[in-house]
Design a protein around this ligand. Structure first.
Ligand SMILES: Cc1cc2nc3c(=O)[nH]c(=O)nc-3n(C[C@H](O)[C@H](O)[C@H](O)COP(=O)(O)OP(=O)(O)OC[C@H]3O[C@@H](n4cnc5c(N)ncnc54)[C@H](O)[C@@H]3O)c2cc1C
Length: 654
């Protein structure tokens, strides 16, 4: 890999392997294109077959176009965000080319919500409905991102975003029904997910204490975030590199049944815990040593994108964090009997759900028909935007405007303008679903009411980074007895072996001497600020961080964590894909910073998602919950609004 300034590389960089050649392809090489562009008409035949000129900018038609196999910086990759940021900063694109295309529905955003919107619309409006989906990325799926790697001839699959179907039996009937119609039988994951593999090898979660935070580098198997509610044996506590008074406080925190809020009624306690961060609860009520805070600081990163300074104690009680034994308040979370195991995972995460949706929507986009064969199916990107198809997906296209042609109350069409290949282009649609990031909608529809625009702009999406690192083998994990590591002071706050899922023709690398993927998570938060400020600062941090910085930190952190197991970053790292999501999870209305008794119906996401003439709003943002089922539910709701409106129009004209 060529890097700027490689000649001045430090000895430490050389030790880490920053000069090693690792996979950082821009396009897939060496994999045959089974059903590639060859099935599309040649240049001269295009006009004859489709009755339109062949587009001049169409990278997706190239036989080499295969985004899942790209490595390096992915997620919101360069090329996907510049137009949107230009729009925010006042850039204009005069003279949009009229593409002379009109659709029954144009969907903005090709994530799961946008794809589900197209799916439901086709179901309600009929198989001949003309639908176009526009997305700014080079791949469809939004956060549901597939990362492919090659270990010799073997395919390794990772998830670059949306990880698993969480508790799918609790999904709405629409979301669960959609999965069923796509031939997903979630119960089969009990067979596909090898729940005994890591246990059979004696692997446990561990915590890595880093010298910058704890004074010494130390890996402690058997102590990790997954055991937060557990009482640790004395011999484990004795090893934690904190001061003796802090160790005693940690032990007390776990074991004592003290009511730290005595004198308050259960409702007063609940309110107090909602308006107190877990950090403040520990310091002010449990009165622990500040070293204890360091251990728990990053524990909620994966769910909240911030640490315990910005997560309320009430939420931590729900998650079984220690310190609440004597408080005697009921958790409102599912009881263990109701909870479902965390096993509903395709090898590429919910990218498989997006791929199943695309296969169902766009004829010829992928071979096969089952939930198993989609896992290894190669999508034919050249087919996605085919003039001969009723449903089309146009990638690399950022929408900059959605405008009614006339009064929004009476208009019969919406004009949608997008930038593709540097040029603005315009199309028309009878209906438009904006399944894109909701805070961008005020820029697309400036004529919306001030109240609606403010409500849409209220949320700040949560930035985070999901990184896949291909390593030569996972013997170090076996030797050290680890399946995953929590790193409270680390650049990446967690490192895990991938989920052991084999399905269809895909085989998980279940032997420690096989090449496999590690999953690393980073949340670029800024402890001490209110959570939305942390998210904004983290977003800029992500945009400003070059790939080299991620790579150096990956090599340094893995090397230090796994050294005792014989891991050598320079030798053992084979490929890296960093999925940065400056606009990650939907903002989930962090209770610590939100009004206490606001009814659900007054949440800004609910106010913001109201229909605006023929424009409807989907995306998981529209319900303020970062989940796949919510993305589907919001797509369903947006389409329901369209069908109700259409019925009203038919009745009025009868
Ligand atoms: C790292 C990560 C992990 C997650 N893990 C899980 C999980 O395990 N389980 C779970 O249920 N959920 C998970 N989620 C939540 C996830 O966001 C949802 O599950 C779901 O995938 C969101 O889909 P969506 O369509 O609402 O939004 P998105 O996936 O964000 O799709 C919206 C699309 O619209 C595009 N867009 C935005 N503006 C424009 C424009 N102007 N023009 C064109 N296109 C535009 C965006 O770029 C994006 O591609 C995770 C999210 C992240 C970020």
């Amino acid at each position: 890999m060529q890097r700027a300034g490689a000649q001045q590389m430090s000895n430490r960089d050389r030790e880490l392997g920053m000069d090693r050649t690792i996979t950082r392809r821009d396009f897939l090489n060496g994999v045959s294109i089974g059903i590639g562009a060859s099935l599309l008409p040649g240049k001269s035949a295009w006009l004859e077959v489709f009755g339109v000129e062949e587009p001049t900018f169409a990278p997706e038609k190239s036989p080499d176009y295969y985004p899942p196999a790209k490595t390096g910086m992915r997620g919101s990759h360069d090329g996907s965000w510049e137009v949107a940021h230009g729009l925010r900063d006042g850039q204009t694109w005069p003279d949009a080319v009229d593409e002379k295309e009109s659709y029954d529905l144009v969907v903005v955003g090709g994530g799961i919500s946008g794809l589900a919107s197209a799916y439901f619309f086709r179901k309600f409006a009929g198989a001949n409905s003309k639908i176009l989906i526009l997305d700014n990325h080079d791949d469809f799926g939004g956060h549901a991102k597939r990362n492919e790697f090659k270990a010799g001839n073997r395919l390794l699959l990772g998830y670059g975003g949306t990880q698993s179907l969480e508790a799918p039996h609790h999904y709405s009937k629409e979301a669960f029904g959609l999965l069923q119609e796509l031939n997903v039988d979630v119960d089969r994951f009990h067979k596909y997910f090898d729940q005994s593999l890591y246990k059979s090898l004696g692997l446990k979660r561990a915590t890595f204490f880093d010298k910058e935070t704890f004074g010494v580098d130390m890996l402690l198997p058997g102590f990790g975030t997954h055991y937060l509610g557990v009482e640790y044996p004395h011999e484990i506590l004795a090893k934690i590199p904190i001061s003796e008074p802090a160790r005693q406080d940690l032990s007390r925190l776990q074991t004592a049944t003290v009511d730290y809020l005595s004198g308050l009624s259960p409702e007063e306690k609940r309110r107090k815990l909602i308006k107190t961060s877990y950090k403040d609860y520990l310091l002010q009520y449990v009165k622990v040593h500040s070293d204890v805070i360091k251990i728990f600081q990053s524990a909620p990163h994966g769910l909240y994108g911030v640490g315990i300074d910005a997560v309320c104690a009430w939420d931590c009680l729900q998650m079984d964090y220690p310190g609440f034994k004597g408080i005697k308040l009921q958790s409102t979370e599912d009881s263990p009997e109701q909870a479902e195991p965390y096993i509903f995972h395709f090898p590429d995460g919910n990218a498989s759900v997006a791929r199943l949706l695309v296969r169902s929507l766009v004829p010829g986009s992928a071979p096969g028909s089952t939930m198993e064969d989609i896992v290894t199916a190669r999508m034919n990107y050249a087919r996605l935007d085919n003039p001969g198809s009723t449903v089309r997906i146009r990638l690399n296209s950022t929408v900059i405007r959605a405008r009614h042609l006339g009064d929004p109350q009476t208009a019969t069409e919406v004009a949608i303008t997008y930038v593709r290949g540097g040029k603005a282009r315009s199309i028309r649609a009878a209906h438009c679903v904006l399944a894109c990031y909701n805070m961008m909608i005020p820029y697309l529809c400036p004529e919306m009411s001030v109240g609606q625009k403010e409500a849409l702009a209220y949320a700040v999406k949560i930035p985070l980074v999901y990184t896949n690192v291909q390593i030569a083998n996972w013997q170090a994990f076996q030797k050290l007895g680890l399946s995953g590591i929590y790193a409270p002071g680390g650049y990446f706050s967690s490192v895990s072996l991938d989920f052991p899922v084999s399905m269809g023709e895909y085989r998980f690398p279940s032997k420690p001497d096989e090449s496999c993927l590690l999953h690393l998570m980073r949340t670029p938060c800024q402890p001490g600020l209110p959570c939305k400020e942390q998210y904004k600062a983290g977003r800029w941090d992500l945009f400003a961080t070059p790939f080299d910085t991620f790579e150096r930190n990956i090599r340094d952190e893995l090397g230090r964590m796994l050294a005792e197991g014989g891991f050598d970053s320079a030798r053992d790292i084979q490929a890296i894909t960093v999925n940065r999501w400056p606009h990650g999870y939907a903002y989930e209305y962090n209770a610590l910073f939100e009004p206490l008794d606001r009814p659900d119906s007054e949440r800004p996401c609910v106010v913001g998602r109201r229909p605006f003439g023929r424009i409807h709003i989907a995306n998981s943002d529209a319900d303020g919950h970062a989940y796949t089922n919510i993305a589907i539910d919001q797509g369903y709701r947006a389409v329901q609004e369209i069908t109700v409106g259409a019925k009203r129009e038919t009745a009025a004209s009868a």
